[in-house]
Structure formats: C-alpha cells, structure tokens
Design a binder for this molecule. Sequence first.
Ligand SMILES: *[C@@H]1O[C@H](CO)[C@@H](O)[C@H](O)[C@H]1NC(C)=O
Length: 325
Amino acid sequence: MIKGFILHGISDIPELHVFTFFLILFIYLLGLAGNLAIVLLVCLDVHLHNPMYFFLSNLSIIDMSSSTTALHRIFIAFATQNKIVSPKACMAELYIFCSLTSNELCILAAMSYDRYVAICRPLHYHTIMSRRLCGLMTLISWGFGFIEMVPTVFFVSQFTCYISKEIDHYFCDVLPIRAITCSDTSLLDLYILSFGNINISTLLLLTITSYIFIIKSILRIRSSAGRSKAFYTCSSHIMVVVMFYSSIFLQYIATVSGSNMGSNIIFSLFNTSVVPMLNPLIYSLKNKDVKSALRRKLLWIQINFSDTTVKDKSQRMNEFSTSVK
Ligand SMILES: *[C@@H]1O[C@H](CO)[C@@H](O)[C@H](O)[C@H]1NC(C)=O
C-alpha cells in the first residue's frame, strides 16, 4: 500500500527548472485570462447569445478547469518543494482531468454539428439549434464526460501493488500510474481499449462527418464571396478541432512509439497549457463578433468609469429633472 505518490515531471531537469516554470506560469495565466474574458463576454453581451458562443464559453470553462487541474501541482511543487500527493487527491485529479477531456471532445462534436446546421440548413438554424437542444447537448457532454470516467478511476483505485511511488509525470494521469503498478491492469486496459477508443472514434467521426457535409455545401456555393463567408463562419472552429485532435494524436504516438516519458511530458505540457490558451486567441482574433463585443464592453467601462461621465451623468440628471418640471 502506498501512502503518497511523488510527482516528478519538469522538476527533474534542474537547469531548465526556473525558466520552464515561469514559461508555463505565463502561458497558464494568459490562457486563464483569455478564457475568462470569453466567458464574461458571452455572459454579458446579448449579441453573443447564440449556440456557437454558448458552446465556446463552455469550452473555455473546460479549458480553464483542465489546465488548472493538470498544472497546479507544478506551481505547488515550485513554491513549497512538496511533490508528494496523497492517493485520494491523485484519484480526484485523474478523474477530473479525464472527465474534462472527454467532455471537451463532446463539446467539439456539438460545435461542429452547430456549424453544420448553420451552413447546410441556414433557414432552419434557429428552430433546429433551439435553446432546448443546446442545453441538452451541453448537459449530455458534461454528464457523459463525468460518468464515462467512473469505471476508469474505479479500476485505478483498486491497484494495491506498486513497484515505485514515483510517478514520472507532473500530474496524476492514467498511463503514468499504470506504468508503476504491479497489480492486474487487464480490466483497466480492456475498458480503455474498448470503450475509450470507441468513444473517441465516434466523436471524431461525428465531427468529421459534419465537416464533410459543410465542405460539400461550401463547394456548391456559386459566388466566391458567399463561399468565403461560409468558410469564415467555421474556420475558427476547424482550427480548434484540428489543433485539439492533432495534439492528442501526437501524444498518443509519443506514448505508443517509445518508452521515453520525457517526450510524453513535453507533449502533455503542450496539451495542458498551450492548447487551452490558443482557443480564445483563435476565436477572438479571427472573429468580428467577439472583437466588436470586446470593443463595446471596453467602451462601456470607459464611459462608466471616466470623469467625463460624471458630468455626463449629472447633465443627464439635470435634463431629466427639467423635463419632469
Ligand atoms: C453552456 O452551454 C449552455 C447551453 O448552450 C448555456 O446555456 C450556458 O450558458 C453555457 N455556459 C456558459 C458559462 O456560457
């Protein structure tokens, strides 16, 4: 039985330690700020109250939570030199992180369906993508993500025998823990290989199918202006999907092809810090709606918190009172 695991990871490379730490901290904070801005904008700006942006802000919440779950141990270890994590905390981390990843795949599939309806059935967009359907899709994504990982964390928590208590990773993930156990892993393997793979392939297939339909109908548009407009409405989402799946795929290749945990850690760091930071960036830089919403909010802040407004307000108050008289 093990009382606590020791998480290695980036701290094993002393020369790189401080630099890597600040780089990761910087990227993490940037991602947090960007995603928080997206969530706030979507909440506050009525122009962004449509399915695409509801899904986007859900995605931002997932990104913030999963990067926090994955990276917080690095920050704790740096500040306190304490790399020990209790088995319970480890299982909780594993559960939350895996569920959020699964949830993210579902939301990406839902977003591609949303783009499919917007481009292939534009006249019925508002009746098909009703609030009810969006709410249902979001609920299923969150519910499915968190239910699907219950067996995984159950199987992992049944491990009693470990050859080492040092985890070769910077947070508790399934494979690094599986690598140090000497308990029977067949149930876990079976579950991951069957259900996990079916799940990822199904969601990937759904996403790709939506895009095949989208591309087909974009190619059918006669005018080039119409074509680029149609492409424009889904380009951000294509970028996010391609980035997310290719980073998962690269990490998978790195895990399967070599026993080298170092490259695995680097891919994983990329997935848990850079990818979550890029989502809001892609959407806000490429997107007119988000940009103008941001401008409106900044203007609103300026008007409400600058000196001229105090005059403005009193002026308006004066006008108001004279009109009452
Ligand atoms: C997540 O999606 C649902 C359904 O589309 C929406 O009602 C909710 O506001 C979204 N969450 C956030 C934080 O925007």
